[in-house]
Design a binder for this molecule. Structure first.
Ligand code: SAH
Length: 233
């Protein structure tokens, strides 16, 4: 189970790590998206006094938001550079209730007996060889009645043009080469894997970018970017 890691993806994120907290840098889209996804999470679950696990946390953009409400946040990423940037930023912000781990989910669930109230796996599934294995391990890490939040990119002709050609080459919202079309995932695929591991779909919402206002908003259209709320039954 230790090999659900793409060395190439991790290398890519290691190279960009110093830009994690640059609001105009390679991760500016994640900064713009963060308030929307954080509100989405708070809309579907209570965070106060809860134990959270952020999977593929990068430099800690969402992790730090979660830490404002949660009792404690454990956060995992395979990029050692991202983890070190996240830890430095945590220190800068004097945040006490986050523990960063340079690890992947599959190995982490083998060594921890903890189960979490809330799992978040944002913009990460499309960077691993087997997203299904992440769903399987997430189901082990989440308590019965707890929630898993996912965001990723759909796989169809429109998402190819919008998320790769549009976002990387025309709007230059993301660095070129950020995403591979074949790694995109249909909501129905996630739903099927999730059901097999005891996670039920509670909500599916589309996310759309407005290049004029440079903001994201929710939409019924899930054909490109989307978020999901799942609950362990
Ligand atoms: N979730 C964060 C970062 C998304 S970028 C956010 O939305 O703000 C995707 C992150 O997944 C990168 O930091 C990358 O290093 C990490 N990643 C890629 N493969 C991984 C794996 N197998 N296990 C854990 N993290 C991984």
């Amino acid at each position: 189970m230790k090999d659900n890691i793409s060395e190439e993806e991790v290398r890519k994120f290691n190279k960009l790590a110093l830009e994690w907290w640059d609001l105009d840098g390679s991760f500016s889209a994640l900064h713009a998206l963060n308030p929307l996804r954080f509100n989405y999470i708070k809309n579907w679950t209570e965070l106060k006094n809860k134990k959270c696990l952020d999977i593929g946390c990068g430099g800690g953009i969402l992790t730090e938001s979660l830490s404002k409400y949660a009792n404690h946040v454990d956060a995992l990423d395979m990029s050692s550079e991202a983890i070190s940037v996240a830890q430095n930023h945590q220190e800068l912000m004097a945040i006490k209730n986050i523990t960063y781990h340079q690890n992947n989910l599959e190995s982490f669930v083998e060594v921890t007996s903890e189960q979490y109230d809330v799992l978040t796996c944002m913009e990460m599934l499309e960077h691993v060889p087997s997203p299904e294995k992440i769903i399987e391990s997430s189901s082990k890490a989440v308590k019965v009645g707890g929630h898993l939040f996912i965001s990723t990119i759909n796989r169809n002709i429109k998402s190819y043009f919008m998320a790769i050609i549009g976002a990387e080459y025309i709007l230059k919202l993301l660095p070129q080469g950020t995403h591979e079309f074949d790694s995109f995932i249909k909501p129905s695929e996630i739903e099927k894997w999730s059901r097999n591991y005891g996670l039920n779909l509670i909500d599916l919402a589309g996310v759309i970018y407005n290049p004029i206002t440079k903001t994201f908003k929710l939409t019924d259209d899930v054909s490109v970017n989307y978020m999901m709320c799942l609950r362990k039954e």
